[in-house]
Design a protein around this ligand. Structure first.
Ligand code: ATP
Ligand code: MG
Length: 222
């Protein structure tokens, strides 16, 4: 099992601002599995994804990553686990504004030596159609290009698990399919796993399981 959640919940605020964004949730993700989470805005999808990826702490429950219980991890250990095991593609772009695209990858070399080879990288750059932007800064990219650079960064370090929040939101059909096929290929050929939040009905055939988030409740629907 790559990821296990047991009784994980998240609440924000108190008294009249109190909201339980994620109700107590059990969830399992296996190697080779590609799952989708759909659901309305504000239903708790990003909350679920960022908690599963150790970016924020749950209010209750336990999270196991590669069979290791992370509950007692301090922030340093959580950060190490994120760098080593998880590739994030988040709604807020995780690009460093003052670095060219190619230097964003170099930065990752410094913190994680388990990255793609030159040949593998060239092939992913080609699949994502990013050849021409490697020497540009994030501010010089279109929304869709930025999104694809974020995807390149997420897979570059060979993570066990890919967590993606609307990775195809600003892409045309052709590029959306290319991106999702690339993630699926990583998952299937490299025995990884992915959770993808999406509203994109063009993509349903690519997923092994589909969950729906509604008012903080996560239910499998397909
Ligand atoms: N840091 C926070 N502080 C207070 N409330 C929060 C916080 N983060 C999320 N929430 C609330 O939790 C609920 C779920 O938010 P979340 O971002 O998980 O929704 P979402 O399903 O990802 O929505 P969208 O599709 O619009 O991205 C919302 O009511 C939101 O206002
Ligand atoms: Mg969200």
């Amino acid at each position: 099992m790559v990821l296990t959640l047991e009784g994980v919940s998240k609440s924000f605020g108190k008294d009249n601002t109190y909201v339980e964004a994620l109700k107590p949730t059990d969830f399992h993700l296996e190697r080779g599995e590609m799952v989708a989470i759909i659901g309305p805005s504000g239903s708790g999808k990003s909350t679920f994804l960022t908690i599963a990826g150790l970016l924020q702490q749950p209010s209750s429950g336990q999270i196991m990553i590669n069979q290791t219980n992370t509950t007692s991890f301090n922030e340093k250990k959580r950060a190490q686990t994120r760098l080593k095991e998880i590739g994030f593609i988040l709604q807020a772009s995780n690009l460093v504004p003052f670095l060219k695209v190619k230097d964003q990858l170099k930065l990752l070399d410094k913190v994680n030596s388990n990255h793609l080879s030159k040949e593998e990288l060239a092939s992913k750059i080609n699949t994502l159609g990013l050849e021409k932007v490697m020497n540009q800064y994030p501010s010089e990219l279109s929304g869709g290009q930025r999104q694809r650079v974020a995807i390149l960064k997420a897979i570059y370090t060979n993570p066990a698990m890919i967590l993606a929040d609307e990775p195809t939101a600003s892409l045309d059909s052709e590029k959306a399919f290319a991106v999702i096929e690339l993630i699926r290929d990583e998952v299937k050929s490299m025995e990884k796993a992915a959770i993808i939040v999406t509203h994109d009905t063009r993509l349903t055939q690519y997923f092994d399981k589909v969950y729906e988030m509604k008012d903080g409740y996560l239910n499998r629907i397909n």
